[in-house]
Design a protein around this ligand. Structure first.
Ligand SMILES: NC(=O)c1ccc[n+]([C@@H]2O[C@H](COP(=O)([O-])OP(=O)(O)OC[C@H]3O[C@@H](n4cnc5c(N)ncnc54)[C@H](OP(=O)(O)O)[C@@H]3O)[C@@H](O)[C@H]2O)c1
Length: 265
């Protein structure tokens, strides 16, 4: 990356996943990163890895070109109040669920790009959707795409679709873990060891996801390909239908999207 200094405000689950991802991808070096978090223990842990920390959000913003806003939505207002005055000329990348670009632009004098990543960014398998604020230019967009492409894939969406993205891919890893956990537990109940059951369930989820991404087939076609008449899979699918799992998963995505909408009010 160019010699931009990148600052992280909030180094919790997502902030640290992204920082580690950017570092592993060699997109930034430790000396180009500055971190601030309210939690001193987290800052201490960051310093131990050789990454510098600031003593306040204001200092961090003053010393950085690109600032990743990675605090919880509930903490954002306090952060914005603190950094507003020193925000001119900077690029802010917010990953907070439900905080609208408009709100960030009202408080910040700099440019804004909103991104909704997910935790697999930590292993370069993330999915991030981004929408561009009014002041951000093509160069800013390129930089953000480069950063998040280094930790997975990116798609550009209209801001109005960010709540849907949050419910689907932002929260989605948890729904897949939930599915893997349930399948593995069933495998154990059928006599497999925990280790084997988990490996089979996780690798099956990975393989199935790759089939969707790499063949031109729609999920329904792929389901039918596995379900030979009179075979085993059809019995499993019948059970999923009977238990309305399709509906439950849809409701899960919509509940998370609804929460994202609530947060944006
Ligand atoms: N987790 C996910 O899978 C995911 C996915 C996509 C997007 N996101 C978004 O990413 C953001 C961060 O989520 P997270 O799960 O990483 O949260 P988290 O683990 O709670 O991390 C947030 C960190 O920010 C710190 N903080 C709070 N107020 C602060 C302030 N005023 N100045 C500096 N630091 C402050 C918190 O410290 P304290 O703990 O002391 O409050 C905490 O260490 C959220 O907005 C969320 O919507 C998360």
């Amino acid at each position: 990356m160019s010699h931009s200094k990148i600052g992280f405000i909030g180094i919790g689950r997502m902030g640290s996943a992204l920082m580690q991802g950017f570092l592993k991808a060699k997109l930034v070096s430790k000396k180009d990163i500055l971190v601030y978090d309210k939690d001193q223990k987290k800052l201490q842990a960051v310093r131990k890895t050789g990454v510098k920390t600031a003593s306040s959000n204001r200092e961090l913003v003053s010393k950085s070109d690109v600032i990743l806003l990675a605090v919880k939505p509930q903490s954002m207002q306090a952060v914005l109040n603190e950094i507003s005055e020193v925000s001119g000329g900077k690029l802010f990348v917010s990953i907070a669920a439900g905080i609208k670009t408009k709100k960030l632009e009202e408080k910040l004098k700099g440019k804004v790009i909103r991104v909704m990543p997910n935790t697999p960014c930590m292993i370069y398998q993330g999915t991030s959707a981004y929408s561009i604020g009014k002041k951000a230019n093509e160069q800013d967009t390129k930089l953000v795409k480069k950063l998040f492409n280094a930790v997975g894939t990116t798609v550009q969406v209209k801001e109005k679709h960010m709540d849907a993205v949050t419910g689907l891919s932002g929260s989605g890893p948890a729904y897949i873990y939930y599915t893997i956990k349930a399948m593995a537990e069933a495998g154990e109940e059928e006599g497999l060891t925990e280790e084997v059951a988990l490996k089979l369930a996780a690798q099956t989820a990975k393989g199935a996801a790759e089939m969707v991404l790499k063949t031109s087939k729609k999920p329904q076609q792929l389901i039918e390909d596995v379900c030979s008449p009179g075979g085993t899979t059809i019995q499993g699918i019948k059970k999923l239908e009977e238990k309305k799992v399709n509906e439950a998963l849809k409701q899960a995505v919509k509940a998370a999207a609804k929460r994202s909408k609530q947060l944006s009010k």
